[in-house]
Write a protein that binds this ligand. Structure first.
Ligand code: ATP
Length: 360
């Protein structure tokens, strides 16, 4: 266990009461606006003194209100990545990077060359932030946080201010950070696709409480806790690249099932995470023929969740993993769908967007 957070705090509009552990890797704090994500990050950073609580990062106690202990931010050994890079405009990239290093208690544990290579910012070192794109600024901000030699990185919606193209540019760097396990990361987001790509584990918040905690695939499959409700529901499959075809498609293997996706920028043999949005999946009782959709996966219904509206979310257990389908209650009834019934999930190739595909 790398981070342990137990907090109670009362604001006029929020009664925060959380207790969770973040294992190594990248833990996403996920929840609707106002659910308490930033309040938790601020308490971990030392920017907010909560009414009660205890926060420990790898045996280093940052806060223990019972013992009257509350370390100031400068003694917490945290790297902070904000929505906007917040670089110093008058300094070059090189100077901005060394600024983080200046505050590091033992300089040198993370080598600058490695960080520069990891983030691909070698060509930017002599530029000032004004001459960088939004994505480049954010990469430098990540580098500065890493070079402060932190015990934990806090990233508060670091992609929120970027457009889709810039987000796609930055996501792989967070994946590398997660995979190299340079340092554990607590990452705030309310975008399911981002969570699906990045999270090792997810802490889902609702009204200041932990609604669910666990692996991304399990938490994201539960529409009741999703900020965007059923619209954000989706399954995560792990799939290995088998071939790239001349017509622009890539072929993947997910538990023995073939998936055809728009060309993925990964080598044959690499394993990917693919998010399958529930609203892009059609269900059929028999294997459809004469259909333009290329992906047809057989499975058995595990559960059907109905909400207050006309829709239902069907969880299908398949050899590729659990697939979710958002259909109408009317269709579920017409098809005689029920727990245990076998059916086929149909997915159009083009329904999978590049941001739904990432490193496993
Ligand atoms: N300094 C404060 N003073 C009073 N109330 C506050 C303060 N900070 C936060 N709150 C209350 O706590 C609630 C949770 O805020 P918080 O910023 O933690 O939510 P969030 O999940 O990060 O939301 P968002 O996704 O919009 O950033 C807010 O709705 C607000 O009512």
């Amino acid at each position: 266990m790398t981070l342990s957070v137990c907090l109670k705090h009362q604001f006029p509009g929020l009664a925060l009461d959380v207790d969770f552990q973040a294992p190594a890797g990248l833990t996403v704090l996920f929840g609707r606006s106002g659910s308490g994500k930033t309040t938790i990050v601020n308490a971990v950073a030392g920017l907010l003194r909560p009414d009660a609580g205890r926060i420990v990062v790898a045996d280093h106690v940052l806060l223990d209100t019972q013992r009257g202990l509350c370390l100031p931010p400068s003694r917490r050994r945290l790297g902070y990545i904000f929505q906007e890079g917040r670089l110093f405009p008058h300094m070059t990239v090189r100077q901005n990077l060394s600024y983080g290093r200046w505050f590091s208690p033992d300089r040198g544990a993370v080598h600058p060359d490695h960080v520069i290579e990891l983030l691909g910012i070698g060509a930017l070192l002599d530029r000032r932030p004004g001459a960088l794109s939004g994505g480049e600024k954010q990469r430098v901000a990540i580098g500065r946080a890493l070079l402060a030699n932190p015990a934990l990185i806090l990233a508060d919606e670091p992609l929120a201010a970027l457009d889709e193209a810039r987000k796609a540019e930055i996501l792989p760097y967070f994946e590398r950070l997660r995979d190299e396990a340079v340092v554990p990361i607590l990452y705030v987001s309310h975008a399911p696709a981002e969570v699906a790509r990045l999270a090792t584990s997810v802490v889902a918040l609702q009204d200041g409480r932990v609604a669910r905690q666990g692996l991304a695939a399990d938490v994201l499959g539960d529409p009741s806790i999703l900020p965007a409700g059923v619209r954000g529901a989706g399954a995560i499959l792990e799939a290995r690249v088998v071939a790239h075809h001349d017509d622009g498609l890539s072929e993947l293997d997910a538990g023995g099932q073939r998936l055809h996706l728009p060309r993925v920028a990964r080598a044959v043999g690499e394993t990917l995470r693919v998010r399958i949005p529930a609203q892009e999946v059609i269900l059929a009782r028999s294997r459809p023929e004469g259909l333009s959709a290329l992906n047809i996966i057989p499975g058995r219904i595990e559960a059907i969740r109905e909400g207050g509206g006309p829709g239902a979310i069907v969880s299908l257990s398949t050899p590729a993993g659990t697939v979710l389908a958002r259909i109408t209650r009317r269709s579920a009834q017409a098809l005689g769908l029920a727990e245990g019934v076998e059916c086929f999930a149909v997915l159009k190739t083009v329904a999978i967007a590049p941001q739904d595909i990432g490193g496993a």
